[in-house]
Design a protein around this ligand. Structure first.
Ligand code: 8YV
Length: 321
């Protein structure tokens, strides 16, 4: 059989690329720039397997082109809202992702954002670096404690469950979650299921988003829902920027309700709105959820495992379409 022609759209950690090159005919975009839409459309007609990331939007129109050669889209990442899954299915292209391996690092980042927002870490760092520290005094940059507070999770999948576990062990937080239906898994840490999102928003001290992106959750947190949050609450997002109406969030943070936000994801990445950037009560990170060397290598090797299974004619372990 001809070696499979694979396109890796961005640079991955070197050990994964080395392993991949030993097995396949791999093309890597060494410029490490996001591909243009036309490059991606063309790649679907030149390669057997595409390995995109979140920076590659593969839309339905591209997948309806005639003459597609691609048979597998092996996504480097868990979320697949940048890929038109139904259109891929219709085109006979399988799609896989990399769940599990990034669960812990993303949950850790949610915890870090909670702590940074609660303890005003960004504000303090900016003040110090700018030479504006007035020196220690009893009411300087007082934050809030997370000890014993109520954490509300939107979505209760793997990342939310690890976040719940960490928050309980660190701060003995009481955990509640909203999801489409109660999660019955015995492995899930105990948490109260709240069927109505508005109840969760109105009663939690920290709200952390862990649902998938895409049309179903687009602007799930709009101006009306944000207005339900406690004035003292913190809002954390390590999922997808599209879940929050960012313009409404800026207005809400300007009005001080919620009190602060910790964000790792944005509506129009990598663009950051100037209004959001100017807010002292927003902690902002550049989509670092899975960015540890261990996790990024694991994501690469998991993508490779999906490719190996596909090429061997077996069911890939992480098929999503
Ligand atoms: C990834 C993520 O790094 O996996 C996801 O869904 O959000 C990130 O942690 C990114 O998606 C890579 O494609």
């Amino acid at each position: 059989m001809e070696p499979q022609k694979i396109l890796v759209t961005r640079l991955w950690p070197q050990p994964v690329l080395d392993a991949m090159r030993q097995r396949y005919d791999v093309t890597i975009d060494a410029t490490d720039q996001p591909l243009t839409r036309s490059d991606l459309a063309e790649a679907l007609m030149r390669f057997d397997i595409l390995c995109p990331t979140i920076t590659d939007r593969i839309d339905a129109e591209m997948l309806r082109q005639s003459g597609l050669s691609a048979r597998l889209i092996a996504n480097f990442g868990a979320g697949c809202d940048h890929i038109a899954l139904a259109a891929a299915r219709q085109a006979g292209i399988m799609v896989t992702n990399t769940p599990d391996v990034l669960t812990h690092s993303t949950a850790e980042l949610a915890i870090m954002l909670m702590l940074m927002a609660a303890r005003r870490a960004g504000e303090g760092e900016r003040q110090l670096r700018a030479g504006n520290w007035p020196g220690w005094h009893p009411v300087h940059l007082m934050g809030v404690s997370l000890q014993g507070k109520r954490l509300g999770l939107i979505g209760y999948g793997r990342i939310a469950q690890v976040t719940a576990r960490l928050a309980r062990s660190l701060w003995d937080m009481e955990v509640a979650y909203h999801a489409r239906r109660p999660v019955m898994s015995e492995d899930a840490p105990p948490a109260l299921f709240v069927p109505d999102l508005t109840d969760l928003l109105a009663t939690c001290d920290v709200v952390s988003i862990h649902c998938p992106g895409g049309p179903e959750t687009h602007h799930l947190l709009d101006a009306d829902r944000l207005a339900l949050m406690k004035p003292s609450a913190l809002l954390i997002n390590t999922a997808r920027g599209t879940v929050i109406d960012e313009v409404a969030l800026v207005a809400a943070l300007q009005a001080g309700r919620p009190a602060a936000a910790g964000l790792d994801v944005y509506e129009r990445e990598p663009l950051l709105s100037a209004d959001l950037a100017s807010l002292e009560n927003a902690v902002l990170l550049p989509h670092l959820g899975s960015a540890t060397i261990e996790t990024r290598c694991a994501m690469g090797f998991q993508t490779l495992a999906n490719i190996d299974a596909f090429v061997a004619g077996k069911e890939p372990p992480d098929r999503v379409a």
